[in-house]
Design a protein around this ligand. Structure first.
Ligand SMILES: Nc1nc2c(c(=O)[nH]1)N[C@H]1C(S)=C(S)[C@@H](COP(=O)(O)O)O[C@H]1N2
Ligand SMILES: [Mo]
Length: 545
């Protein structure tokens, strides 16, 4: 036998590391579920990673993974964690110090992430500390009992050849030199059995911790509060009736009102904030003459407006999906701000959500008469939790990151000079009006078309300016004016269609929108950072003979 056989096999080291990592995740999740969800080390690291990602990375994540960006992030974190844990195990099997050092580094990252979560208290450190302790115990127990190749061999072939007097369980090898021990010191079968027992216990802890954590976390969910909520009827203006013809009902064209299930979701929350309306309050303070605090009941008793507004994410690329139109019910945000009597010079409404996300909106825009809302309902139902239950801001005409704060509980009047909100700190523009843009929904270009009359249809938007015209171009031909659908106002997108007499061959179709100020969307292609993508939407189509 060669010296190779004397060393612990890397497989067992890796397994020990993975199990210790799984214990850390399970225990961390379980302990976190008893308090703040985002104090779990994995969640805290994930949310910190979102916060640290430069705009280009955020943009890449959103354009690559879309609404699954959080699943992708967590998958990435778990993959890195697994590799790291396996590595610690393999190294730790050689030298215990490596394992302990690796664990300490892991704990330090978890503590740093959890300790810097918005609103974090000393309690935020508990899940990571307990997880690290459980993980350390697991790893040490497993590393001690890793069956080396010769031991395993001995256990299989000649268990009765154990030296006498060694039946009292595994002796801990001296720290740092487990591999150099003479194997006969540890009874192979006991060792192996211990390794298997500890492994099974570790796996069980990981599973129970993760599932238990999920169950406990769901107890804190506000699903029941949401279904119990009775919405008042709109008192100011009802948008119940859409003008006839607002939906062209062309197959493949997105519906005028986006169903909640298809509505895009963009936010920094890995675990959705669960905000009980019974304890929700909104405070308006800062550069105001009169500080205001209202609770949810106060909010529901205010005059409520219902209106259609199309939300758009600044990260929506040309032809992208991060835009959706809904019917919102809410109180006038402008009235609330005015009641607080902003002081001269206050130009920014800095809104904050329960999870510490911040957003800066120009005071001037909110007060200019548009339907800026503190919304409580979306499409006739209380806001879905992922869309901000129980209250969010909706301001027609501004990208979501500068206007649409979900789970909003704090509004501070300040200046753009004095304070910079979350995404603006990360390189996006402090102020960003939604650009005049359009999208081609049909044809998609994926199917070969038949020659003859074919609808080319899509949506165009220039919220709070309104869409005046959409033109379509085939190859380098003339720009043709599309037919526009009806709209309830100027704050939504607008469907359009142009019927093309398709001719055999390959063609490039482009579109461009013109808003009611007379501005036509630019052909210049720009990426989404720092304030929204531009360029004509284009579809390449094949038409058969
Ligand atoms: N609390 C909170 N509100 C938020 C965000 C967020 O990350 N946290 N993201 C904003 C962004 S970037 C957009 S585009 C809109 C998206 O709203 P939706 O998820 O309801 O579609 O929410 C805005 N409100
Ligand atoms: Mo966004």
């Amino acid at each position: 036998m060669t010296a190779e056989h004397d060393r612990p096999r890397p497989f067992y080291g890796a397994l020990a590391g993975l199990l210790a990592g799984a214990v850390a995740v399970g225990v961390g999740q379980l302990v976190a579920s008893l308090g703040a969800q985002d104090s779990s080390p994995v969640i805290a690291v994930g949310e910190a990673a979102i916060g640290l990602a430069p705009p280009a990375v955020k943009d890449f994540a959103i354009s690559t993974f879309g609404a699954d960006d959080k699943v992708a992030l967590l998958t990435g974190i778990y993959t890195l964690l697994a590799l790291y844990a396996a590595g610690i195990g393999v190294l730790g099997a050689r030298r215990r110090g490596y394992a302990l050092g690796g664990l300490a580094a892991f704990a330090a990252i978890g503590l740093a992430a959890a300790g810097t979560r918005p609103g974090s208290t000393a309690g935020y450190l508990t899940p990571t500390l307990i997880a690290a302790a459980a993980s350390t115990v697991t790893l040490i127990l497993l590393l001690r009992t890793i069956p080396a190749r010769r031991r395993a061999l001995a256990a299989e072939t000649a268990p009765e050849q154990l030296p006498p007097g060694s039946g009292g369980g595994p002796e801990p090898p001296p720290p740092g030199r487990p591999a150099d021990l003479p194997h006969e010191v540890v009874p192979p079968q006991d060792t192996r059995r211990t390794f298997l027992t500890v492994s099974a216990a570790a796996a069980a802890t990981a599973v129970v911790g993760t599932l238990g954590g999920r169950v406990l976390a769901e107890r804190g969910a506000v699903t029941r509060e949401r279904s119990a909520l009775r919405l008042p009827r709109p008192s100011v203006r009802s948008a119940d009736q859409l003008p006839p013809g607002s939906d062209l009902r062309i197959p493949g064209l997105g519906p005028f009102v986006t169903p909640d299930s298809l509505f895009y979701r963009v936010d920094t929350a890995i675990v959705l904030p669960q905000v009980d309306p019974a304890s929700w309050t909104l405070r308006i303070h800062g550069m105001v003459e009169r500080e205001i605090e209202i609770n949810f009941d106060d909010l529901l008793h205010r005059p409520l407006t219902e209106t259609y507004v199309t939300l758009t994410c600044v990260s929506d690329p040309v032809e992208g999906p991060y835009i959706g139109n809904a019917r919102w019910l809410g109180a006038s945000l402008a009235d609330l701000i005015r009641e607080a009597r902003p002081r001269a010079g206050a130009d920014q409404i800095l809104s904050t959500s329960t999870d510490g996300y911040t957003c800066g909106t120009p005071v001037e825009t909110v007060l200019d008469g548009r339907n800026a809302l503190l919304a409580v309902a979306m499409n006739g139902q209380p806001l879905p939790v992922e869309h901000g239950f129980p209250a969010r801001m909706v301001v027609p005409g501004l990208y979501g990151y500068v206007s649409a704060t979900k789970w909003v509980t704090d509004i501070k009047l300040t200046t753009f000079r004095a304070e910079t909100a979350y995404w603006a700190q990360r390189g996006w523009s402090q102020q960003a009006t939604i650009k005049t843009e359009s999208r081609i929904d049909v044809p998609t270009g994926s199917k070969t078309l038949r020659p003859g009359r074919t609808p080319i249809a899509g949506v165009a938007w220039a919220q709070h300016r309104g869409i005046d015209a959409v033109h379509v171009q085939v190859d380098q031909g003339p720009w043709q004016e599309a037919t526009l659908a009806a709209v309830p106002g100027i704050d939504t997108w607008r469907q359009w269609v142009w019927y093309w007499d398709a001719t055999p061959g390959t063609h490039l179709i482009q579109a461009r929108a013109t808003d009611r100020t007379g501005y036509t969307q630019t052909a210049v292609a720009t990426p989404t950072p720092p304030n929204g993508a531009t360029g004509y939407p284009q579809v390449q189509v094949q038409v058969s003979r």
